[in-house]
Design a protein around this ligand. Structure first.
Ligand SMILES: [Zn+2]
Ligand SMILES: [Zn+2]
Length: 218
């Protein structure tokens, strides 16, 4: 089996305790840290991210008595909001001064084919909390649909990140898309978006090739 077949890339930052912690915290943090670098966790995470988005969207559609146009706008809003969450988490959480998240993501930069990922149950739990929060301001069906769409964006991000690191695309368009994140691995201060470079372009963090100095002939 090749290295690429054996392992996969991280869809998101894992949790790596960076310093000595009080004993009760360590009893929880150590097993979570071990889980977050396991192959089982990576696969379970990708699966549970897809499942939770499908369940939330299906629940919203089933119970919500939704109006089709408003439902479509809600889905687009959820996906759009997720593109910013993806950018902000990568730029300010994984590359910020945020202890365990930073340490886990640094590990991904050292070994892009490693298994680092958040414990598989955390993102689905977070999506359920989001749905509950949205339900305080929106009708339940739209709240479920919005959280489900954000969860779908997150699942797409996780799958995209894995594929970008393990697959060599033939299509020039897809090579360019994958190259956007691969450049981030060489220039970590640029290209924080994975599924889209939109926010890098808007916020000025997209990689700009510096022109080579012109060769002057005497
Ligand atoms: Zn990566
Ligand atoms: Zn990074």
């Amino acid at each position: 089996m090749s290295r690429n077949e054996q392992s996969s890339a991280t869809p998101q930052g894992s949790i790596h305790p960076t310093s000595r912690l009080p004993a009760p915290v360590e009893w929880v943090a150590r097993p979570l840290a071990r889980l977050s670098v396991s192959h089982f966790n990576l696969r379970a995470g990708l699966t549970s991210d897809c499942l939770i988005s499908a369940v939330l969207i299906a629940a919203g559609v089933w119970y919500g008595h939704l109006r089709p146009a408003l439902a479509a706008v809600t889905v687009l809003c959820g996906l759009f909001v997720f593109t910013f969450i993806e950018y902000a988490a990568h730029r300010w959480l994984f590359h910020g001064n945020t202890g365990p998240f930073r340490a886990g993501h640094d590990h991904h930069h050292v070994d892009p084919l490693g298994y680092d990922a958040l414990p598989f149950f955390m993102p689905p739990l977070l999506m359920c909390v989001l749905a509950a929060l949205f339900a305080t301001a929106l009708p339940a069906g739209y709240a479920l649909l919005l959280a489900g769409s954000i969860a779908a964006g997150y699942a797409a991000y996780g799958l995209s990140h894995v594929v970008i690191h393990i697959h060599r695309f033939k299509s020039p368009l897809l090579r360019r898309w994958a190259g956007f994140h691969n450049i981030h691995h060489y220039h970590p201060d640029t290209n924080f978006g994975v599924t889209t470079g939109l926010w890098d372009v808007l916020l000025g963090t997209h990689y700009k090739r510096t022109p080579r100095p012109a060769h002057h002939k005497a």
